[in-house]
Design a protein around this ligand. Sequence first.
Ligand code: IPM
Ligand code: MG
Length: 355
Amino acid sequence: MKIAILPGDGIGHEIIAEAVKVLNALELDLELEYADVGGTAYDKHGHPLPEHTLNLALSADAVLFGAVGDWKYDKLERHLRPEQAILGLRKALGLYANFRPAICYKELVNASSLKPELVAGLDILLIRELTGDIYFGTPRGRRTAEDGHFPGTEEAFDTMRYSRPEIERIAHTAFQAAQKRSKRLTSVDKNNVLETSQLWKDVVVEVAKEYPDVELDHMLVDNAAMQLVKAPKKFDVVVTGNMFGDILSDEAAMLTGSIGMLPSASLNDKNQGLYEPSHGSAPDIAGQGIANPLATILSAAMMLRFSLNQEAAATRIEAAVQKVLEQGLRTVDIWSEGTTKVSTAEMGDAVVAAL
Ligand code: IPM
Ligand code: MG
C-alpha cells in the first residue's frame, strides 16, 4: 500500500509528523513517500503542485495531506498560489466526494462556543461535492462589462455549473452513507434562486427513489446555516454542493469545539482518496509545536478505512484518540481548566502509547 505524504506549509509538517508516527506504530505494510506541495513546493520548484508531486499522488493508493497556504504568497498570480495545489489534486484525481464528519467528543463539550446541551453528542456527516460548482465552472475571468448595472466598467465573473451526472453520483454517495447511519439525509441548496440548485434538488429527488429506506428532506442553505447553530443535533447526513459545503463545513467544525479535531476524506470512484485535516496551515503558530495533530491522525484513520481497507487499524486509532482525551491531555486549542496542556509531539506520543 503506497501512501503519498504531502506535508505542505505552516503547521503541515508538524501535524503530519505525528500522523506518520501513529501509522508506523501500527506495523502495517505501508510504503510512505514524501513530496513537496503548496508554498513550500513553489519556493523549491516554482510551482505549488509540481509534476513529480502530482504523479506521486496519481500513483499512490492514498494521499495524506497536511495543509497549504501562507500570507506571503497572497500576491502571486492565482495559478501559482498554494491553494491551487489542493484544487489541482482534487481535479486531477477526480475526488468528487468529500466527507467532513463533525463529532463533538463529550470531553470537549465545553470547548464549543455553543451551549453544552446543544452540542453534547453531536455527530454530523457533511458530504460536500468537491469537483464542480463555481469552484471549477468556466467561463471565469475579468473583462469590460457589456451590460449589467455599469456597462463599460471592469467586471469579474465566475460560473456556477452542475451537470446531472455530477449531482447523481454525489447523491448516491450520500444516500449510501445515510443507509449506514440513521437513514436520514438533508440535501442543502438554494433552489428558490439558482438554476443549478433546482437541478440539484430535482436530481436528488429522483435518486431518492432508489433508496426508499432513507428519509430525505431539503433545506435552503441560508436556513441550514441558521439551523446548524440553532439545533445542530437535528442533522445526521447532509449533502450539498462545493461552495455551500465549504462554508457550512467550517460552521459545523466550530460546533465541535475546535477545528483542530476534524478529519476529512476526499474520494474518487476508485476509492483512491486524499485525507487531510479540515483546518488550514495556521502560519501564525507554525514552528511552535502547539498545533493539534488529532485532526490529521483521525484523517489517517479515515484513510486506512476508506482507501486501504484496514477497518481494524482505523478503529484502533479512533479508540486511542478517545483514550488520550479521557486521560485529560489537550493541546492549547482544546485546553480548559483542570486538563493537561501538551505539545503537538506529546499528543502524538500519547496516541501511540494508547494504541
Ligand atoms: C477547504 C478549503 C479550500 C476550499 C481552500 C484552501 C481552497 O477552504 O478545503 O475547505 O475552499 O475548498
Ligand atoms: Mg474551507
